[in-house]
Design a protein around this ligand. Structure first.
Ligand SMILES: Cc1ncc(COP(=O)(O)O)c(C=O)c1O
Length: 393
């Protein structure tokens, strides 16, 4: 099957890990040789409730037997998406009331950028250096890493960049700027948190210039950092909130949320300002609803911070320079990229799944399901320490 995989499925790197999957359950992925792999990555922060969570599976099965797709986004009243967006609104600040559901994170970013341009009548977009917002043309245009995008130029015009956490550069936000888009915690760059009330200052500058603030919470959202959304840590409410990944606990989805007034600008001039066939799909929306209920009706969010503390307590080693991030969005920053590669590949052989970050080669990603138990975290951290002990410089 591996040969067919390499031949018939388009590849994104010359050396895919090519683990051959049999099935997955809870915190484990099982390969076709019957080996169990403890999953410290959760499909890159997507499987928030682990693999095949019974409540998500039940919701999906029930909806799949009822109706799966009946109309394009927004035309018909479909209970799963209505119930979901209503519950989400009840958990967000009042200005984040209306949600547009799409099919992926990058598509949610596209929608948010379009909404900001449409609502302000301005074109300029500002993003952060080393930002990652996805891979479609708009998202790529606001990616802050030239090496990954130059082959695809020309991208969308009137995009500028500021340094994340640099307050001096906030002057670049002017009354010509439609939107500033930031990851609340920078992911690909190395799990970098905003410091010194940075986001609050961005918010103030956006207020002064009539600029929309878009926060991309595709990775930190849905409890991963110990709050439902990470912006709650930093006292800064965006005009447009972008989400995805952990939202449906492993099914493809994204969304952007704004005030009802703002969102209504996609209804006219032109009408059908953003459309999609499958956005708000009832099966996916059922998974979203089951996931959100489970995250918010249990101790999972509060436990995330305890689990972070456990990882930080266990993973003390001379080769780990620092542990960045918050909650269960953590990155071990090693002395160099070679050690990071060694840890990821050696742990894989010993049945622990770790992964890289996009733009920080010294990083080892730890973003397990929120449902992972303390015992499983201890066992995974034990494997990392064993591998580090065995590393010969
Ligand atoms: C912060 C951030 N924005 C956007 C995206 C793109 O999401 P998707 O891969 O679902 O298009 C990602 C995915 O890694 C992300 O981490």
């Amino acid at each position: 099957m591996k040969e067919d995989f390499l031949k018939y499925q388009a590849q994104t790197s010359p050396y895919p890990l090519a683990l051959q999957i049999s099935h997955a359950k809870g915190s484990y992925i099982y390969d076709t040789d019957g080996k169990a792999h403890l999953d410290f990555v959760a499909g890159v922060s997507a499987c928030s409730l682990g693999h095949c969570h019974p409540k998500v599976v039940e919701a999906v099965q029930k909806q799949a037997e009822t109706y799966m797709h009946v109309m394009v986004y927004g035309e018909y009243v479909q209970e799963p998406a209505v119930a979901y967006t209503k519950l989400l609104a009840s958990l967000l600040p009042p200005s984040l009331e209306t949600t547009y559901m799409v099919n992926s994170g990058t598509e949610a970013v596209e929608g948010a950028l379009k909404l900001a341009r449409r609502a302000t009548g301005r074109s300029q977009l500002l993003a952060a250096r080393h930002a990652y917002h996805g891979n479609t043309m708009g998202s790529l245009s606001v990616m802050g890493y030239e090496e990954r995008k130059s082959a695809f130029r020309p991208l969308i015009p009137d995009v500028g960049f500021i340094r994340f956490n640099n307050q001096d550069e906030l002057e670049k936000i002017t009354d010509k700027t439609a939107a500033v888009i930031l990851e609340t915690i920078q992911g690909g760059a190395g799990f970098i948190e905003p410091t010194n009330r940075y986001l609050k200052k961005v918010r103030q500058r956006c207020n002064a210039t009539g600029t929309m603030l878009i926060l991309d919470e595709i990775q930190p959202g849905f409890g991963r950092t110990g709050k439902l959304f990470a912006f709650e840590h930093y006292d800064c409410v965006p005009d447009i909130l972008v989400m995805g990944k952990g939202m449906a606990s492993g099914l493809p989805v994204g969304a952007f949320t704004a005030s009802n007034e703002l969102m209504s600008s996609l209804q006219d001039s032109p009408k059908l300002g953003h459309i999609t066939t499958f956005g708000g799909n009832p099966v996916i929306a059922s998974a979203c609803l089951a996931t959100l209920k489970e995250i918010t009706e249990t101790q999972l969010i509060a436990d995330t911070l305890k689990k972070e503390a456990l990882v930080r307590k266990l993973l003390k080693h001379r080769l780990i320079r620092e542990i960045r991030g918050k909650g269960l969005m953590l990155a071990l920053i090693m002395e160099n990229a070679e050690i990071a590669n060694h840890v990821i590949l050696e742990c894989a052989k010993r049945g622990l799944i770790l992964f890289w970050l996009l733009f920080e080669p010294r990083a080892v990603r730890i973003s397990p399901p929120l449902t992972m138990s303390a015992e499983e975290i201890e066992s995974g951290c034990g494997i990392i320490l064993e591998v580090l002990e065995g590393y010969k410089q």
